[in-house]
Unconditional design. Structure first.
Lengths: 360, 357
């Protein structure tokens, strides 16, 4: 008889090993899936994981990994703070949108000025946009005890309507022949979040993501607020006795994650994307939830997980184009990653025992 | 611009290598905004791709990537195709416009074709279809067929192309049925079966017995079938699985002739940047078979409109037409110019409601 036995202590070894095991399991089962579709499995896996890093055109793909990974990491870092304390911000996608709208709007208000102050002002406005959007579920939770999961998620759809509205009205490019979408910020130097060194993919959003990783690491390990976050997540009752103020914690966690998501939106709209349009958001806010968990809610883990997700996106597109793998198969492949991670996580707290249970 | 140089030299190097290795193969890339199985917009572009393969056989190699988000992802996918040696790349969504222009700058030797946009370059052409001609046919059928005199319209995004379709359908429904009224719901999506089904149900509840859609899934057809006495039209693709009822006809995008012609131009070395806007006459807009649910005289009237547009004797926007606010737009006998049509951002007189801002 096979059964699960609770470990007296969570296994540290498994906790470290599960992400790696999950990646390997995904490769194996994904390979089987690709084989079932009649595609060469080894070639497909190699294309997804190897081609962007070391393939013929890696000089182009490597910088793209930064472009794709930076917003994921930036958002996931913010989310991980709240997740650790049991505060569930599911609406980062909405905060990302509002950050982009506020940031781009703040800049476009001064078009066509070439002042060097415009970009910093946009950064502040972007962070503010995300922060204020996250404050709605935060205040509702602390004031009226509403569920922040539902409120933050629903506000994503409200933000999407705002996005459509400003694309068609307030921020619409006056020289756009009536088509929706704002001016392209890439062609306006004062507002363009350009590559810091051409050809590297390194833009301010990547810098911000790296700073956020360091900041979160220091916060969690060296700072009282970080200690409170961890304590609240691990032992809520003890946290109460230790004098943690839950209201302040909720405001801090949701506010920080909102501001970081807003920043991610601003850096995206002023850089790689270039313009506010109806379909500006592509799901970074939701994917970042996977990244946060894949990275074990640990800042360094999130950095690696963001890189891994970016790799599967870029490699997945290459596999589609070169091997004609369907997009759905790539999405299944990415979904497997989270599925296996959660499945193997079981082994952190449980062990598989064979035989009859011992009589206590 | 270091990256530009790097990319260009890589493209040149690759072009040389490719030229030596497989001088006869022309590589054609397609970037799709939806899944190839959407049964509508992307499906028809993919049919065009297959037609190119069938036409040229071993002379061409086609590749595609589906579900590509508009923005940086599209730019990356196009760059990737160009790096991998594509000679011609079709980018099949309006939102790919700026990415297409950006990538085209880096690869001057690769030809790009952007659907439904307005920005061109030496190596970027644009192409679109005069779907409003098909809407005129639909409007004619809808005006005759409705008994409640309420026609529902599922809009995708309030962009000129969609507004043009609404105006054209309304004008022709009104022409055969002066009591007709349009109810318009904006879904803010090109493809989302759940949202489209909701929109259709709302319209049916409001009394609409004809549903026109500018979204790509068959969900509204299914909703109409469930409701019973409601008719619909296939969008982008024939959607004949819902014929003869609720689907009584359809607008079919037929990109195959254009894709074949443009691929041939690249093979022959005669490709030039052009702006193509073809309609029923050129075969880019097809009218799906009008089913037997439609009475013979209505069918004849619809086909007359279709033929008149095909041979150029009739324009869907022929005056007198006023704008929604009552101001004059086209005088008696005057036809709309392409510039106004391309940027159309107003309803014609008689349509109720506002275009979302």
């Amino acid at each position: 008889m096979i059964r699960l036995e609770k470990r007296p202590q969570p296994s540290r070894a498994w906790s470290m090993a599960t992400p790696l095991v999950a990646v390997i399991a995904t490769m194996i089962v994904g390979g089987l899936l690709f084989a079932a579709l009649g595609k060469p499995p080894v070639e497909a896996i190699r294309t997804i994981f190897w081609e962007p890093l070391f393939g013929e055109f890696s000089f182009y793909y490597r910088p793209q990994l930064l472009v794709k990974g930076a917003p994921l990491v930036l958002i996931a870092i913010g989310l991980s703070l709240g997740f650790r304390a049991g505060i569930w911000n599911i609406g980062a996608e909405g905060q990302y949108i509002m950050g982009a709208i506020f940031g781009a709007g703040a800049g476009l208000a001064f078009y066509p000025s070439e002042s060097f102050l415009i970009f910093p002002f946009m950064v502040l406005a972007g962070a503010f946009g995300g922060w204020i959007w996250a404050m709605i579920p935060a205040v509702l939770k602390t004031r009226f005890g509403t569920n922040e999961i539902l409120v933050s998620l629903m506000l994503v759809y409200v933000a999407e309507q705002f996005l459509a509205s400003v694309s068609l009205g307030l921020l619409k490019n006056p020289e756009g022949f009536g088509f929706p979408g704002s001016r392209n910020l890439q062609s306006w130097d004062a507002a363009h979040n350009a590559e810091l060194i051409a050809g590297t993919g390194m833009h301010w959003g990547v810098v911000a993501a790296l700073i956020a990783v360091i900041f979160a690491y220091v916060l969690l390990n060296r700072h009282m607020t970080g200690y409170h976050i961890r304590l609240t997540g691990e032992a809520p009752r003890a946290a109460k006795f230790a004098g943690v103020n839950p209201t302040r914690l909720v405001l801090f966690c949701l506010g920080t994650s909102g501001a970081l998501a807003g920043l991610a939106g601003l850096f995206e709209v002023s850089g790689p994307s270039g313009q506010i349009s109806i379909d500006f958001n592509v799901g970074y806010g939701f994917t970042a939830i996977i990244v946060a968990f894949l990275g074990r809610l640990h800042p360094v883990g999130i950095l690696l997980a963001g890189g891994l997700m970016a790799l599967t996106y870029i490699g997945g597109d290459i596999a589609q184009s070169n091997l004609q793998l369907p997009a759905a198969a790539i999405q299944v492949f990415q979904g497997m990653l989270l599925f296996f991670l959660l499945a193997f996580d079981l082994l952190t707290n449980f062990r598989i025992a064979i035989g009859k249970p011992e009589v206590a | 611009m270091k990256l530009t140089n790097l990319l260009t030299s890589a493209a040149v190097a690759l072009g040389l290598a490719a030229g030596a290795a497989m001088a006869d193969t022309t590589k054609v890339g397609f970037v799709y905004v939806g899944p190839v199985g959407d049964g509508g917009w992307t499906y028809e572009h993919d049919q065009g791709r297959k037609a190119v393969e069938a036409e040229f056989g071993d002379q061409v190699e086609t590749v595609y990537v589906e579900n590509v988000a508009e923005g940086p992802d599209a730019e990356r996918v196009m760059t990737q195709m160009a790096l991998e040696g594509a000679d011609l790349i079709f980018t099949t969504s309006f939102g790919y416009m700026d990415p297409t222009i950006n990538v085209a700058k880096k690869f001057p030797n690769v030809k790009f074709e952007h659907a439904t946009g307005y920005k061109r370059a030496d190596n970027v052409s644009t192409y679109s279809a005069r779907f409003y001609e098909g809407r005129a046919v639909q409007g004619t059928i809808a005006g005759h067929m409705t008994e409640s005199n309420i026609i529902g319209y599922i809009g995708s995004y309030p962009i000129p192309e969609v507004i043009r379709g609404i105006n054209s359908a309304y004008l022709h429904a009104k022409k055969v049925n002066p009591d007709v009224q349009f109810k318009i719901v904006w879904a803010f999506t090109w493809f989302d079966p759940a949202k489209e089904a909701d929109a259709a149900k709302v319209l049916i509840e409001q009394g609409a017995d004809v549903i026109l859609q500018h979204t790509d899934s068959t969900a509204p057809q299914a909703a109409a079938q469930a409701a019973g006495n409601v008719i619909t039209f296939g969008q982008a693709s024939d959607m004949s699985e819902y014929a003869p009822k609720p689907r009584v006809s359809s607008i079919i995008d037929d990109w195959a002739p254009y894709y074949i012609a443009r691929t041939k131009a690249v093979i022959d070395g005669t490709w030039e940047s052009v702006d193509t806007w073809d309609g029923i006459g050129a075969g880019m807009v097809g009218i799906g078979e009008i089913s037997d649910v439609v009475p013979a005289d209505v069918k004849a009237a619809a086909l007359a409109i279709k033929d008149a547009q095909a041979n150029g004797t009739y324009h869907a926007f022929t005056g007198p037409i006023n704008k929604q606010d009552g101001s004059a737009w086209l005088a008696e006998g005057e036809t709309a110019d392409d510039g106004t049509l391309a940027g159309m951002n107003f309803y014609v007189e008689g349509i109720e409601g506002d275009i979302p801002q």
